[in-house]
Design a protein around this ligand. Structure first.
Ligand code: SF4
Ligand code: SF4
Length: 296
């Protein structure tokens, strides 16, 4: 199998082990567009073979996420069999058996020199109690894991999340806020780079280039989060021995149905603000793409 070399300017490498989740948050970004994601799941062995082809940098981890990644039946096998050169981060709601995790996973495997925790736990007050979550996080911290909590500042839970942050800060848990992206009461939240891109009011043909390697549950490599969540054709598959990452602009027919994760102006891996996951430009003579801020 050919190695998959991550281009120097890429900012994110993510394996969505499964898009299934054991919670049902009303604002879940995975369901921003039409639900249509591919239901196929690679086995743990297939994931390990595919992911171990990746050659990344020291400062660019592979993030295992979902949905809820721990729902993959081989979650721990995958973690324990990825090559040591690949740093691993996990995004999780922590609704899994942490005692088994502590017993079977070496905390050193999930630790690196970074300004944020390797295990990033999402706190969703509409779906979970804070106290049991805090207890689990403290237990994982005591066992040596690099772990922190992130709370989404959704308008309906802003106060609760801020209070949770204060409580966690007092007991030594790193608790950070995540901007809410998406629609609430008819208002769109988030700072987006391209006009109308996430409004779902038109579908236009443009050229789009990503800075992220996004892999879906079946190993498919997608141009963007919208393609992943809405089940559009992937550009390749990490289980294909001939697959190579091409750092190019690709034609997209559905500009206007972008996901906020792709278009949002955000911080990159150096925690510097002003990055967007994709760069979009018009096809000569085609639909005019309007950039709302000149940030690269
Ligand atoms: S825990 Fe995350 S993936 Fe699951 S429903 Fe909530 S927001 Fe979505
Ligand atoms: S234009 Fe939008 S929907 Fe199309 S590939 Fe780019 S981010 Fe995805």
């Amino acid at each position: 199998m050919k190695p998959i070399k991550i281009p120097e300017h890429y900012n994110y490498v993510a394996a969505f082990l499964t898009l299934a989740c054991n919670l049902k948050c009303s604002y879940c970004i995975n369901h921003f567009g039409k639900n249509g994601f591919e239901k196929k799941h690679l086995t743990g062995e297939e994931w390990v073979r595919g992911l171990n082809r990746i050659i990344s940098r020291d400062d660019l981890p592979l993030t295992l996420q979902g949905g809820e990644p721990s729902l993959h039946k081989d979650f721990i096998y995958i973690l324990n069999n990825l090559k040591p050169e690949l740093h691993i981060d996990i995004l999780t709601n922590l609704q899994f058996d942490i005692e088994r995790f502590i017993k079977e996973v070496d905390p050193k495997r999930l630790k690196r020199n970074a300004p944020y925790a390797s295990i990033r736990v999402s706190y969703h007050p509409e779906q979970m109690e804070l106290d049991p979550l805090v207890k689990k996080v403290l237990r994982m911290q005591d066992a040596g894991f690099s772990i922190g909590i992130w709370g989404v500042l959704h308008p309906s839970q802003d106060r609760i999340v801020r209070e949770a942050q204060e409580k966690c800060a007092k007991i030594g848990i790193d608790f950070r806020f995540k901007e809410f992206l998406g629609e609430c009461d008819g208002k769109m939240y988030g700072t987006f780079k391209y006009e109308g891109a996430c409004d779902r009011k038109f579908e236009e043909k443009v050229l789009c280039k990503t800075t992220e390697l996004i892999m879906g549950g079946g190993g498919g490599v997608y141009k963007c989060h919208s393609d992943l969540y809405e089940g559009r054709e992937p550009v390749g598959n990490i289980t294909d021995p001939a697959f190579e990452l091409e750092d190019i602009y690709r034609i997209c027919d559905v500009y206007g149905r972008c996901n906020p994760c792709d278009i949002k102006v955000k911080t990159n891996r150096f925690q510097q603000f002003g990055h967007t996951s994709v760069d979009i430009k018009e096809i000569p003579g085609g639909f005019k793409v309007k950039s709302l801020c000149e940030i690269s």
